[in-house]
Design a protein around this ligand. Structure first.
Ligand SMILES: NCCCC[C@H](N)C(=O)NCC(=O)O
Length: 464
């Protein structure tokens, strides 16, 4: 069968496939980040501490790391294909979000403890952990789908756009989460997320039928050639590559400076810049909004001009500078926060736009699902589980400045809530440290690329 008759050669069809898959990303990222603007409300209305919030938000990685679900996901993807893995992923996200909705809405858990933890906190955490499996499986599946549909075409642009659609979900979550919670209840944003994921599932079923047609147009299955089948022994091959480890290190450190920051950014706006709780997600939402245009822009630049390793280095420098600005204690005016968040947005666009399309330059296609899963595994362990918990613990242990009881209107009623005050200097310095370490890894990656000739500085069309 000649390449020209394949369905992927039709531009409209491959972009339709990309759009359908991106719906899952949109809804998934909304739920992933919707708790961030709720932190002050979880503390004020439900009596959570920062450590409990960090415990809950770090639960994202529990099953991925401790049950090895990310590696299982990579193997399921490479052996059973993207359609089944994608379907399971959205189903996990849906169930995990419904569980979080229930945990925050029910009164039946009030006052109970499970394993020494507030039952409500643990139930919400377990829901988030299941959701975390789903969104990570979906992330690696969507990336592999893009490689399959776009290789030899606009691959970095498509990956950039897919990430950008996800970031739109984050922006909507940050911008609207607190307002929905104030209007309905603190569980309200999770109800919206559950409904959105049902929609994402339907969109993915449409994609699956298109993908089946792609198979038919190529008269084969997703992995028709036995030579192309993934083998367990391939894991050793991936792990013995220094370039793979440098990219993984950069990924873990870069995302440690960004994703956990997003979990605390609305609270930082309240605590340091004096922004009203209801509006606390607005400035942080500029971050994902900025990346919506910039990530595909830099992805397109990488496709056409190359310079992937340089783009990653620049991105790491931008995030370090931005966190430094936010760490300075006397810079408390909200325009400083806007500038810093915009700088962070540039960094948050530069690194992923070059990092994810660089993986196929380092790892063979048949090993890609597992390679992405291994990278995400380390990222989950460090950036999505360890660091969010660490920041919550640091806040409670070293940064508490006092508490007061205030009256606030919630769902139309006046209620007394507790307002907790923190000094965010130390957590921000930790984010600066992660940025600096990411710069170190980006420099080492650039040197390794020169030595091994991965082609990270070359334009598209040079994938091995
Ligand atoms: N807040 C969503 C977390 C997604 C984590 C995922 N492992 C990932 O890194 N995706 C790529 C990205 O840049 O969002």
């Amino acid at each position: 069968m000649s390449q020209t008759t394949s369905l992927r050669e039709q531009k409209t069809v491959r972009w339709t496939a990309m759009a359908l898959v991106s719906m899952g990303m949109l809804c998934g990222y909304y739920v992933a980040d919707v708790a961030s603007p709720l932190k002050p409300l979880l503390e004020g209305q439900l009596g959570w501490t920062s450590t409990e919030y960090g415990f809950y938000t770090g639960a994202y990685g529990w099953f991925n790391v401790f049950l090895g679900m990310l590696v299982v996901g990579g193997i399921v993807l490479d052996r059973l294909g993207a359609r089944l893995t994608g379907f399971l992923a959205i189903a996990f996200m849906f169930l995990g979000t419904a569980a979080q909705w229930w945990a925050l809405a029910t009164t039946s858990l009030a006052g109970s403890q499970w394993l020494g933890v507030k039952a409500q906190v643990l139930m919400a955490a377990l829901g988030y952990a299941l959701f975390g499996v789903g969104i990570e499986w979906f992330g690696i599946t969507a990336t592999k789908i893009i490689v399959r549909w776009f290789k030899g075409h606009e691959m970095a642009l498509a990956m950039g756009l897919q990430v950008a659609v996800g970031r739109l979900g984050t922006a909507v979550a940050l911008g609207s989460g607190a307002a929905i919670a104030v209007a309905l209840s603190v569980a309200g944003p999770f109800m919206v997320g559950t409904l959105a994921l049902a929609f994402g599932l339907v969109a993915f079923l449409f994609f699956a039928s298109l993908d089946r047609r792609l198979d038919a147009s190529e008269r084969g299955s997703e992995s028709a050639n036995p030579e192309d089948q993934f083998r367990l022994s391939d894991i050793g091959g991936i792990l013995s590559d220094r370039g793979f480890w440098l990219l993984t290190g950069l990924c873990a450190l870069f995302y440690s400076a960004v994703f956990p920051f997003l979990k605390y950014a609305p609270d930082l706006m309240v605590q340091k810049f004096g922004i009203e709780e209801r509006l606390s997600g607005i400035i942080p939402s500029l971050l994902p909004f900025g990346t919506i245009l910039l990530t595909p822009f830099f992805g397109n630049l990488y496709d056409r001009k190359g310079k992937g390793a340089t783009i990653m280095l620049l991105g790491a420098l931008f995030i370090t500078g931005s966190h430094l600005l936010l760490a300075v204690p006397f810079l408390k005016f909200w325009p400083v926060a806007v500038v810093a968040v915009l700088l962070l947005g540039v960094g948050f666009s530069l690194v992923p736009s070059a990092m994810w399309p660089s993986v196929p330059k380092i790892v063979e296609e048949r090993r890609l699902g597992t390679a992405y899963a291994l990278i995400f595994f380390i990222q989950n362990l460090v950036a999505l589980m360890g660091v969010p918990y660490l920041i919550g613990w640091v806040l409670d242990r070293f940064c508490l400045r006092g508490k007061e009881t205030v009256t606030q209107e919630i769902a139309g009623k006046l209620e007394e809530i507790v307002r907790v005050h923190y000094d965010y200097t130390l957590p921000m310095l930790l984010f600066v440290l992660f940025g600096l370490l990411a710069v170190g890894f980006a420099l080492a990656m650039k040197a390794e690329d020169r030595r091994r000739g991965y082609g990270l500085e070359l334009p598209a069309g040079n994938v091995k």
